[in-house]
Design a binder for this molecule. Structure first.
Ligand SMILES: *[C@@H]1O[C@H](CO)[C@@H](O)[C@H](O)[C@H]1NC(C)=O
Ligand SMILES: *[C@@H]1O[C@H](CO)[C@@H](O)[C@H](O)[C@H]1NC(C)=O
Ligand SMILES: *[C@@H]1O[C@H](CO)[C@@H](O)[C@H](O)[C@H]1NC(C)=O
Length: 336
């Protein structure tokens, strides 16, 4: 009671800007709070108005536009027009950018997945793709998710066309190509269900450790943060500290915490606590440099399309109204 009242009074006394997510993240020592977005949503004026609000969003990630099938659908023919719209939006507002993603087994054109390339050829295909895409946006990206989702749940490598053909060599090739194309951008490997400790997190730890030992450029671990209300791991901070011991940075890259819909007051209250848990873990570990939500409003969440009985995963609802999760995020950054 006293604590809640104290926060209310404090927030009332602070300048309004401090009561917003990116500003609060910066106060907590982080580089940004940001969001994924799609350029085709920019025609939604109320959506765009809030996306422009740098007090909530200091960083953007193109949710789709930089993926392989949207940048090199036909071998050797690169298209960047749509991705450039997101880059321009961020530049207009002084927001940082995370590039997403060079090598992923999904949204991958069939000329890659069923091309029947031998190892040497596939490695050169990966090299060419990453060099070209990362090189195109040279100097403009804070970081890149160079490799996305390389692991199975048990910590073994996912048997994608890349792994089946090259073993783990594709990871090294992609990272080296990206580094050569833009030596300043920070290179990440990104995955889900590596929030808390467990076999998949151990696998990520071991991969990054071995890459660093070999001198392969790797600067960050992307923890996606696709979570479920009421089941958020209790070991996130412990896991982040272990990742940090490798000397890399950590970012929460795709945060959303879904629930069975329709949302109830009890579920929304639990979701607020779950956002607080995740954000507090990032706040408490200096190597965790920022948090990105996978879009900010339930209006544009990917969840119902993939998990039809679930949704309401983001800090703003479908009408662009702030939910308890918004205030949970704020409270966690401000340390209450
Ligand atoms: C948002 O920013 C874009 C430029 O990136 C601008 O065209 C648009 O008018 C802005 N909208 C609002 C509501 O501020
Ligand atoms: C760019 O986006 C538009 C509108 O969403 C879409 O019709 C078009 O196919 C996209 N271009 C590429 C090259 O993906
Ligand atoms: C990779 O190899 C495994 C084991 O042989 C197989 O089950 C899987 O379908 C292969 N993946 C692809 C993308 O070809």
């Amino acid at each position: 009671m006293a604590k809640g009242l104290g926060l209310t009074v404090l927030l009332a006394l602070l300048p309004a800007a401090l009561g917003q997510l990116n500003t609060a993240a910066r106060v907590a020592g982080k580089k940004y709070f940001g969001t994924a977005t799609n350029e085709f949503q920019f025609s939604d004026a109320p959506y765009l108005a809030e996306l422009n609000n740098t007090q909530d969003f200091g960083q953007l990630t193109p949710a789709n536009a930089m993926k392989w099938e949207l940048t090199e659908l036909v071998q050797g023919q690169f298209t960047f027009e749509n991705a450039s719209l997101v880059v321009e939006q961020a530049r207009n507002h002084g927001q940082l950018l995370r590039g997403h993603t060079c090598v992923w087994h999904t949204q991958l054109p069939s000329w890659v997945s069923t091309g029947g390339f031998d190892k040497k050829t596939l490695l050169s295909v990966v090299d060419k793709h990453c060099s070209t895409v990362v090189g195109h946006f040279k100097g403009q990206m804070y970081s890149w998710d160079v490799v996305n989702e390389p692991f199975n749940e048990d910590g073994t490598f996912r048997e994608t066309v890349f792994y089946n053909t090259t073993g783990t060599d594709y990871i090294e090739s992609a990272l080296r190509a990206a580094h050569h194309a833009d030596p300043q951008t920070k290179l990440y490997i990104n995955d889900y269900n590596i929030d808390g400790t467990g076999p998949k997190s151990d696998a990520m730890y071991n991969l990054v450790k071995s890459l660093k030992k070999k001198g392969v450029p790797i600067h960050g671990i992307g923890v996606q943060g696709h979570l479920v209300v009421g089941t958020v791991p209790t070991t996130i901070e412990e896991n982040f500290r272990k990742f940090a011991s490798l000397g890399v940075e950590i970012a929460i890259t795709e945060l959303d915490i879904r629930m069975e819909t329709p949302a109830t007051e009890a579920l929304l209250a639990q979701q607020k606590e779950d956002y607080k848990t995740v954000i507090s873990a990032c706040k408490n570990v200096p190597a965790c440099i920022g948090v990105t939500v996978w879009d900010w409003t339930d209006k544009y969440s990917w969840i119902p399309g993939v998990f039809p009985t679930e949704g309401a995963a983001l800090p703003w609802d479908e009408n662009l109204e702030k939910k308890p999760a918004y205030y949970g995020t704020l409270e966690a950054f401000l340390g209450h």
